[in-house]
Design a protein around this ligand. Structure first.
Ligand code: BG6
Length: 494
């Protein structure tokens, strides 16, 4: 089936932080892909803003380089790249100094039919000054949109402060808080899987599900990223991406896919999470930090070795595993085991729904006992869904039971390239669709749940548990789940 392209209204997209890594790696390539697919054309404009003094031509050159580096070669063609960069322009603007606020006026168009969006890919302490600037200079419009990139605070209090600053200018229906996990195709597929099929919903509850596992493991390290040491895995991954995945797995069916219908249901999940506080933190959470490893074939630095001299001795966690519980009728007694880390054995993001055992086995004389069914939703890489079922091993030799996956591989089923999360999200802003963005109350509910964990860790004398780079994390993570008579899922296909 060919892909359906729905063109968007012409827009002026103003990207603050245009010289940064996110713009280079994600935003420019994502916009290019959408342009190449014909979702918008030269009637739209992209205006980069940053402190660096650049001309339009310099910005366009950087954009060309980022397309060369980050766009798949078969999507790169000179004519389209020329057309794309022709809609890019640049304003150098130090928003920390009102004296230096250069005028965006000559770049922004007055036509009310042209969608106006401001993307703040800058440190959150600049959100306030930028909003003030936009308002003072008259760039604010009631239908303009503002997009906020993480980190949206480092705890509830700081997040409230950021949201208040933004809210002093923009109304909530104009604010688009990015969690790029929500833009991933497979994450949206979770909604289709749950709510476009009759099969799963009747058994999506504690009567049939034993537990849920969510793993987001990465093989890259983190010590060279300045921001990471201030953040750690809890703030960097659990508070946002993994909490959002928990919400999509656990929420009640919303009445529609309208933004607030969906976000109301997600919020209820966040508010039903059992708090993990005080002494429970040591019981239900594990934090780790990777150590280097040297062998004949590899040499990988540990987190501490990657840090600059003034950060040595840091107790920032590069791994977290925890056991969460949702206190409502659907999920009472069903643990959600969550884990994420850097420098782990593999890069994989997946959700495992482990069903309960069958109530009674009739296969008394069979070889191999029936194993409980399992649904594995693989978000990346090798996106797809596997439903592990028991079958009879074919052939003579008596009844032999075997577990095999019913395998829906997206790469094999769909010929098209899977779009990057930012492609969807950037244009949803233009369309005015907030469904895949976090509402303020959701964000704050997530901080409220995460803060006591952080506080207990900070107060504890224990350091994060060490784990060797290239492994599945510290032994404490294995103990956390094995204590309950369960194991982390490892995909061996059988
Ligand atoms: C970001 C985190 O939000 O998500 C990074 O700050 C992390 O630390 C990244 O590497 C993971 O995203 P993805 O799309 O590669 O899974």
């Amino acid at each position: 089936m060919s892909r359906r392209i729905i063109p968007v209204h012409p827009f002026d997209y103003v990207v603050f932080g245009a010289t940064g890594d996110l713009a280079k790696r994600k935003l420019i390539p994502a916009l290019y892909y959408r342009f190449k697919d014909g979702q918008f054309d030269e009637k739209s404009r992209i205006i980069g803003v940053s402190r660096t003094v650049w001309t339009d031509a310099e910005f366009q050159k950087v954009a060309r380089d980022s397309i060369t580096e980050f766009v798949e070669p078969e999507y790169q063609d000179k004519k389209t790249i020329d057309r794309f960069v022709s809609i890019l322009s640049y304003v150098s603007n130090d928003v920390t100094n009102p004296e230096n606020w250069t005028d965006l006026a000559e770049k922004l168009r007055d036509d009310p039919k042209i969608v106006r969006a401001f993307y703040l890919a800058v440190a959150p302490n600049l959100f306030g000054p930028i909003c003030e600037y936009l308002s003072k200079k008259g760039y604010y419009r009631r239908d303009a949109r503002v997009v906020l990139e993480k980190p949206l605070g480092h705890d509830l209090e700081s997040s409230e402060a950021i949201n208040n600053e933004v809210a002093s200018i923009f109304k909530e229906d104009q604010v688009y808080r990015i969690d790029h996990y929500l833009g991933k195709e497979t994450v949206q597929n979770l909604l289709a899987l749950r709510f476009a099929n009759k099969l799963f919903e009747p058994i999506w509850n504690s009567a049939n599900i034993d537990h849920v596992q969510i793993t987001v493991s990465e093989s890259v390290g983190a010590g060279t990223r300045g921001y990471y040491d201030e953040s750690g895995a809890l703030r960097d991954m659990i508070q946002n991406h993994i909490m959002q995945l928990v919400c999509l797995v656990a929420m009640e069916p919303p009445a529609s896919d309208e933004a607030n219908a969906l976000r109301d249901e997600k919020l209820k999940v966040l508010r039903s999470l059992k708090p993990i506080k005080g002494a429970d933190v040591a019981k239900y959470t594990v934090r780790g930090q990777y150590r280097g490893v040297t062998s004949e074939t590899t040499s990988v630095k540990g987190y501490q070795d990657e840090l600059p001299a003034d950060k040595k001795g840091s107790r920032t966690e590069t791994f977290v595993a925890l056991k969460a519980e949702i206190e409502n009728w659907r999920w009472a007694g069903v643990p959600f085991y969550l884990r994420t880390g850097k420098r782990m054995a593999n890069r994989v993001s997946e959700i495992v729904i482990q069903f309960r055992d069958i109530p009674h086995s009739i296969f008394e004389h069979a070889e191999g006992a029936p194993k409980a069914n399992k649904l594995v939703i693989r978000l990346q890489p090798d996106e797809g869904v596997k439903l592990f079922l028991m079958i009879k091993d074919p052939g003579p030799g008596g009844m032999r039971l075997r577990e095999v996956p019913l395998n829906l591989s997206f790469a094999q089923t769909f010929a098209e390239r899977t779009p990057e999360a930012y492609e969807r999200l950037l244009l949803d802003v233009v369309r005015g669709s907030q469904t895949l963005f976090m509402r303020r109350d959701e964000l704050e509910a997530a901080w409220k749940w995460v803060d006591p964990i952080r506080e207990a860790w900070d107060a504890s004398r224990d350091a994060p548990q060490p784990y060797t780079a290239g492994t599945w994390g510290p032994t404490g993570s294995i103990a956390l789940i094995e204590r309950d008579g369960r194991t982390w899922h490892e995909d061996d296909d059988a």
